[in-house]
Design a protein around this ligand. Structure first.
Ligand SMILES: [Zn+2]
Length: 609
């Protein structure tokens, strides 16, 4: 047995060496995130933490990558495993296919229940995709689906590229085929392809009598299916596979594996609503188009896009549903370092979707105009605000404005850069006809609204824009270099631990740092981060801010000393303020009495001295 094990280990290690020799790390990483050369290395936004300044380094000479913020590091195989969430074998097979390296043959994995690995699930889905393609090609069984493809004007090239298929008008088409292939029903259930009958007796196909759109993950592997009905009276019109260990709807973009390179090249992604829209875009040469899978846009989507480009055009048909989707997209993208635009088809054409438009004579010209006429996300929002303000009376104006300020606040306005914030405040002033100071007071007041009113209060992507306070910077310094902790006095440490931070997650970070020190260790990212992903991201972000601020750590000590001085000063001032606030309140009450007439019953007499 040990001989066989040693043999297979040797075989594996030869395979690994050959794959690593063939798969250039710059190419592999560069296909997934945008890399820019920097000296002898390449840098890009790290996909493993919430990165806003490029902190991922790829070193071609050593064939390794390394993130100086979150510490992610490794070779080409570990990158693929981490990025595509593959296990080792899967990553090896993936790269070997991509780079044409033949691996030593292995025992075929049997698809038995209970022991399904990711590769097993992928194999089941791959087989199912083949089956659906076969059905589409059947002279009789595929007729209805081929007719839809013909009517939609989808070319044979696109049909092949997107691996379109069809499911038969039967309850057990896939089931009985799978049985012949020796694929168990439980494997099909795990892959989200069949469902148990309510009677408890057997299973049935999830997608019946539908045109099948395989859904790929970003690595280009089929992980799920979307199905469009072939009979108009069948509901729903579109049906997707359920989420499985392979398929996470909220971070999957349709056709991202095909569009990724074009998105990087054009530095722009077009986000469509439907499968056929995406296919029509690709067919017309707009190969940087992707689609959402019938869900609203999520932060997961935004993150995938941010790694690849700087501009995102959200394309909507212009019907009410599209408008609502646009509205929901605003808070998702507001705090991302992305130039986001909304393109509304109905402003340029009577075609009801991109699919219809692109099939028309000269449709691609109009489509280009739609994209070029896309409105900046904030502009879009302000136009809507303008409409609402126009219809409101004086009391209504205040209400609408406060609501807008509250929502912008919730999206991170107060924490955004001073330039952006001032621009927005000016816009609001202009729209409402109020002066800038009034608006700024409203915005400042909006800051104090309870956190429950801020749906994305837990999000700390605002953290990357905010001007850091001395205390926040100090925390970042200590994370960058644990040795700095020794330079703090007890009162400084108490302050770091007990302070109420603007982002509650920083309280978690601070407490963890202190706990670590109490255990006799220097504050270290790695230990902090293993347990709490939110704290991890916040700490990583804080570190990267300080790192950048100090010339990649070169001036860390100077910066630290300055922050420490400032933090102590802040504490003194805050203490003095607390003393003052008592006399402030007395002054306020005097003012109220002066303007509203005295009501002595509710006003305490100021105490002398
Ligand atoms: Zn990182």
């Amino acid at each position: 047995v040990s001989d066989t094990l040693r043999d297979s280990a040797a075989r594996d290690s030869r395979d690994i060496e050959r794959v690593k020799a063939a798969a250039d790390i710059v190419r592999v990483v560069g296909e997934t995130i945008t890399l820019r050369p920097k000296g002898r290395e390449f840098v890009g936004l790290c996909p493993f933490h919430d990165d806003h300044n490029p902190s991922l380094y790829v070193v071609p000479g050593k064939q390794i990558f390394h993130c100086f913020v979150c510490g992610a590091a490794g070779d080409v195989l570990s990158f693929v495993m981490k990025f595509h969430k593959m296990d080792f074998r899967e990553a090896l097979e993936y790269l070997s296919q991509r780079f044409g390296v033949a691996l030593a043959p292995r025992r075929r994995t049997t698809l038995t229940p209970g022991t399904l690995s990711r590769s097993d699930l992928l194999a089941v889905i791959r087989e199912a995709a083949t089956y659906y393609q076969q059905v589409l090609a059947e002279p009789k069984g595929g007729t209805a689906a081929r007719e839809v493809i013909r009517r939609r004007g989808i070319s044979p090239e696109m049909t092949n590229l997107f691996l379109l298929g069809a499911s038969p008008d039967r309850w057990d088409g896939l089931l009985s085929w799978a049985r012949q292939q020796g694929i168990s029903e439980s494997a099909l259930v795990a892959a989200g392809l069949v469902k148990p009958r309510e009677s408890g007796n057997g299973h049935y196909d999830l997608l019946r009598n539908r045109l099948i759109f395989p859904i790929h993950d970003k690595a280009g592997q089929v992980v799920a299916f979307g199905g469009r009905r072939l009979r108009e009276d069948e509901d729903p019109k579109y049906l997707n596979s359920p989420e499985t260990p392979l398929f996470d709807k909220s971070s999957t973009l349709y056709a991202l594996h095909l569009a990724s390179r074009a998105i990087q090249r054009e530095r722009t992604a077009i986000v469509c609503e439907g499968y056929t829209d995406v296919i029509a875009c690709h067919q017309a040469g707009f190969t940087n188009a992707v689609g959402t899978l019938g869900t609203a846009l999520t932060r997961g989507h935004a993150r995938e896009l941010r790694l690849r480009c700087e501009r995102v055009i959200l394309l909507f048909d212009g019907d009410e549903a599209g408008q609502r989707a646009a509205e929901r997209a605003v808070p998702i993208f507001f705090s991302e370092p992305l130039d986001v635009r909304i393109a509304t088809l109905s402003r340029f054409t009577d075609a009801k979707d991109p699919d219809e438009l692109l099939k028309r004579e000269g449709g691609d010209q109009i489509f280009r105009a739609v994209l070029e006429g896309a409105e900046d996300l904030l502009e879009y929002r302000f136009n809507r605000l303008r409409t609402r303000l126009a219809g409101a009376g004086p009391a209504g104006v205040e209400k609408v404005l406060m609501e807008e300020v509250r929502q912008l606040g919730a999206m991170g306005l107060v924490a955004s850069s001073p330039v952006r914030r001032t621009l927005i405040e000016k816009q609001l002033a202009e729209l409402s006809g109020l002066d800038l100071r009034t608006i700024q007071r409203l915005v400042a007041a909006g800051r104090d609204l309870p956190p429950s009113a801020t749906p994305i209060a837990d999000d700390h992507s605002a953290l990357h824009r905010a001007v850091l306070t001395a205390r926040e910077s100090l925390l970042g310094c200590v994370l960058c270099d644990g040795a700095l902790w020794d330079a703090l006095e007890q009162s400084d440490r108490d302050d770091l631990e007990m302070a109420a931070y603007r982002w509650p997650v920083l309280n978690v970070v601070a407490r963890r740092v202190v706990r670590q020190v109490a255990l006799g260790e220097r504050p270290m990212m790695a230990a902090l981060l293993a347990e709490d992903p939110a704290a991890h991201e916040a700490a990583a972000l804080l570190m990267s801010r300080v790192y950048e601020e100090t010339g990649r750590g070169a001036r860390l000590r100077e910066f630290f000393t300055g922050c420490l001085r400032q933090a102590r000063m802040d504490r003194l001032v805050a203490g003095a303020r607390r003393m003052e606030s008592v006399s402030d309140r007395i002054d306020q009450m005097r003012e109220i009495r002066r303007t509203h007439g005295a009501d002595r019953r509710v006003l305490p007499r100021p105490r002398p001295g």
